[in-house]
Design a protein around this ligand. Structure first.
Ligand SMILES: Nc1ncnc2c1ncn2[C@@H]1O[C@H](COP(=O)(O)OP(=O)(O)OP(=O)(O)O)[C@@H](O)[C@H]1O
Ligand SMILES: [Mg+2]
Length: 367
């Protein structure tokens, strides 16, 4: 399922495996290629191996098998201080005995930068994280979120070629978080910085990244740009993990090219696109985004299968309506419709018919 690594990326993981105890692999045969200037996000559940991958890339852990290349060279051949990597880790360790200003000055001093250049860059980095007034404080005199912002400024202040960030915005409130998301991507693109970013937050991953690698159990389940990941999940795990998703279980009845017919466990027939199924008789779980469900027959393809649904709940959300339906035994089937003048507001107890375009209903693995 993982993408094959091309050897010409700026960062390349080639068949990388990692075991801490010599028995279990926490990273399993990982292939990944990150182009120069690309913003790649690793997204996945807790314990799926994201931090381990960053630690190997930073050189704090070694791969048990396989090779990691940075700019065409094996990472181990480059001493850490020459790698030009900026880092923000999950436990944002600032130097406790130094002030904020000194923390930021440090990476510039080791690179031999003069005082006036340092001051200019430090000011810019602090302004970016909205911490300009805190230059003389020590880390112990800052809140967790403020420390996190200083760690971020320190990672970016020397304009590294590669930045690794592990949940760098976890301690921030929503507004500051959104501001920082914008600032980080803007800076990364302006300076051509290659970024490997780790987050649990799928909205953050979708909005910030050029490509997202979805991790599960030490493997990349799918690596694609945000729109492809959301609209064309390759398996049930990715479909469930990214965005809201309705699922129905059944058996493949018929496959004809890009379309198939699924007989649901309730007996109903529906139209779908065969994605992760190969033959008639196979069990499948189909996946449909709430915004692709249609109650308006005019919007469906002629001859499309429709299915009966019982309205359980109607939730008015302003810009959209969320209607919870019972469909083929699933009582948590969500339909999301835009609030338009001609849009029907269904009531609990209404019996309606719904459908979708076959391409929006993906027949995936039944795992
Ligand atoms: N130093 C270590 N020694 C032994 N096992 C470790 C070590 N670090 C991590 N692990 C294990 O390796 C697996 C992957 O951990 P990792 O920290 O890479 O996950 P993660 O995807 O970053 O999770 P989270 O989202 O919770 O930060 C986990 O099962 C974890 O318990
Ligand atoms: Mg982690």
């Amino acid at each position: 399922m993982s993408a094959s690594a091309s050897q010409d990326g700026f960062v390349v993981f080639d068949k990388v495996q990692k075991s801490y105890d010599g028995e279990t692999l926490v990273v399993k045969d990982l292939n990944l290629s990150v182009g120069k200037g690309e913003f790649l996000t690793m997204l996945g559940p807790s314990g799926s191996g994201k931090t381990t991958c960053l630690m190997m890339l930073a050189g704090f852990e070694t791969a048990t098998n396989g090779e990691i290349m940075l700019d065409g060279k094996p990472i181990n051949s480059v001493p850490p201080h020459k790698r030009g990597i900026g880092m923000v880790f999950q436990n944002y360790a600032l130097f406790p005995h130094m002030t904020v200003g000194e923390n930021l000055s440090f990476p510039l001093e080791v690179r031999g930068m003069g005082k006036s250049d340092r001051e200019r860059k430090i000011k810019r980095a602090l302004d970016m994280v909205q911490m300009g007034g805190f230059i003389s404080r020590r880390p112990a005199q800052l809140s967790g979120g403020q420390q996190q912002r200083i760690a971020l400024a320190r990672a970016l202040v020397f304009e590294p070629e590669l930045v690794l960030m592990d949940e760098p915005l976890g301690a921030l409130d929503k507004q500051l978080r959104e501001h920082m998301q914008f600032e980080i991507t803007r800076l990364a693109h302006d300076l051509g910085i290659t970024t490997v970013y780790v987050t649990h937050d799928q909205t953050e991953a979708l909005t910030m990244s050029d490509n997202v690698a979805v991790f599960d159990d030490g493997r990349i389940q799918q690596l694609d740009p945000p729109d492809v990941l959301y609209e064309e999940p390759k398996n049930s795990f990715v479909a469930q993990f990214i965005g809201e998703n309705n699922t129905l279980d059944g058996v493949v009845k018929e496959i004809k090219g890009e379309e198939c017919v699924i007989q649901l466990d309730s007996g109903d027939l529906i139209d779908a696109k065969p994605v992760n199924v190969e033959k008639v008789g196979e069990r499948t779980r189909v996946s449909i985004r709430p915004e692709r469900v249609e109650a308006n027959k005019d919007r469906l393809k002629e001859g499309a299968h429709t299915i009966k649904a019982e309205v359980k709940e109607f939730i008015y959300m302003g810009d959209v309506f969320r209607t919870r339906l019972k469909v083929a035994g699933n009582e948590n089937f969500i339909m999301k419709t835009r609030n338009a003048p001609d849009q029907v507001r269904h009531k609990p107890g209404d019996m309606i018919e719904i459908g979708w375009l076959p391409k929006d209903c993906r027949a995936l693995d039944h795992s």
